[in-house]
Design a protein around this ligand. Structure first.
Ligand SMILES: [Fe+2]
Length: 280
């Protein structure tokens, strides 16, 4: 059996999206979602409730006195922030092992994914491009394929190292050449199996090759740029992180300027510091 045959079996066997994440995702683009709805979903998960309380009482929000109940925490943090937090906590840690093939700890992939989602949302807001919630979700999920491919990248280490020594092409190209599939394509297939929307699937599929996409260009460009920004900040680079290229056409298409990048990087860093109370 080829690598691709086995990888396809692993994609088919990949765990279902956690049902709590699925429910929360449905509320992400609802501006009128009620605190009570979120409270009802979160309160039956003790670990998650504890994390929400830790976040509400972290140094970033703790100035206003200690919060002791989930309801108070939700009021302090706001619905949107809770949804972001809870989604990043429900999707990744239960699914992500350490990733020696890519040289990433589980926590690093979680940080990279959350960083990319937050930065993509910030870029969308700054550049007045709609789809803020969709790009956040895609950012969170764009690298799921890394989890499936990791053992094969590890097994084919010699081939990958040889390809790098030859020095031609991107990591994406090496994955296709050696394994028969890229992590972006593997991730997109998982998201298809999870029945997520076509724009989320496309966002994952083309996040390293935005020039290949035939639809949802704005979403894909934003996620691509947020991903590259995250890597340039050293968040989740792993062994091969720097072997990806920034598409200048994406920069041009969204009207990105240096000042946008600087602002987004500093804003995202602040948001990540808030989350450190629970990520560390
Ligand atoms: Fe990627």
């Amino acid at each position: 059996m080829s690598y691709l045959d086995i990888i396809e079996q692993h994609i088919a066997a990949f765990p279902e999206m956690p049902s709590l994440s699925q429910s929360l995702l449905g509320y992400l683009d609802d501006p009128d979602v009620d605190f009570i709805v979120i409270q009802d979903l979160v309160q039956y998960d003790p670990g998650l409730t504890a994390n929400v309380l830790r976040l509400a009482n972290s140094v970033y929000f703790g100035g206003a006195g200690t919060v002791g109940s989930l309801q108070q925490a939700l009021v302090r943090l706001g619905t949107k922030r809770i949804l972001e937090l809870v989604l990043s906590l429900t999707v990744s840690p239960r699914l992500v092992p350490n990733l020696p093939g890519y040289g990433l700890q589980a926590r690093e992939l979680l940080r990279h994914s959350t960083w990319t989602g937050l930065a993509a949302r910030e870029l969308a807001r700054l550049l007045s491009i709609p789809h803020e919630d969709t790009v956040f979700t895609v950012g969170l999920l764009h690298d799921l394929g890394v989890i499936v491919l990791d053992p094969f990248v590890q097994e084919a280490r010699i081939d990958f190292n040889e390809s790098f020594e030859r020095g031609h092409g991107s990591f994406e190209a090496f994955e296709k050449e050696i394994l028969g599939i890229s992590h972006a394509e593997a991730g997109a297939r998982i998201l298809e199996n999870w029945h997520l929307s076509p724009e989320i699937v496309a966002g994952a599929r083309w996040h390293h090759e935005p020039d290949q996409a035939t639809a949802f260009g704005e979403i894909i460009n934003l996620v691509h740029l947020a991903d590259m920004l995250s890597i340039s900040q050293g968040v989740g680079t792993g062994i091969y992180g720097l072997a990806h290229e920034v598409f200048s056409e994406s920069v041009r298409a969204v009207g990105l300027r240096k000042k946008h990048l600087e602002y987004t990087a500093s804003k995202t860093l602040d948001r990540m510091r808030e989350l450190d109370a629970i990520f560390s």
